[in-house]
Design a protein around this ligand. Sequence first.
Ligand code: SF4
Ligand code: SF4
Length: 158
Amino acid sequence: MDKSEIINVSGMRPEKGKYVLPFLKGLAYTLKNFFSKPVTLQYPTQKTKRSERWRGLHRLNVDESGKLLCVACGLCAAICPPKAITIIPYEDEGGTRYPEKFVIDELRCIFCGFCQEVCPKGAISLTGVYDYVDYNRRDFIFDIEKLKKPETFEFKGK
Ligand code: SF4
Ligand code: SF4
């Protein structure tokens, strides 16, 4: 090797004792963070809180007795841009209307929130549930039972 290619680093080293302060600073920083609350969340067992305005899976709301608030007026299905909502209404002898069938295809949905906004009864809400994954489309077709409890969506993996 040509001697001109050798770099002498001895002159670049800081003077003796100049290591100590940066070393102590680094140590203090490490110790401070070692005892502070960790910012890392252990997802999926720990999750961040969603904003109130978050638009995740839908919920069909019920009254105190557990009865659906929905009167099957069909406004949400009519306004839904991708036609993700299917409703079959039913009217009992007393003239009370309710959905015999209420299905949302969550994979067609674009989570625009129009259904929630247009509903005259506050019967449908978009929740903070955002982590819904699976390998098949079938599990994303939500019927009334699933729409009552969107938080219970479970990854089945098949
Ligand atoms: S959020 Fe929008 S796209 Fe989804 S079901 Fe409601 S209206 Fe349809
Ligand atoms: S959820 Fe609301 S807008 Fe949709 S059918 Fe029921 S009452 Fe009508």
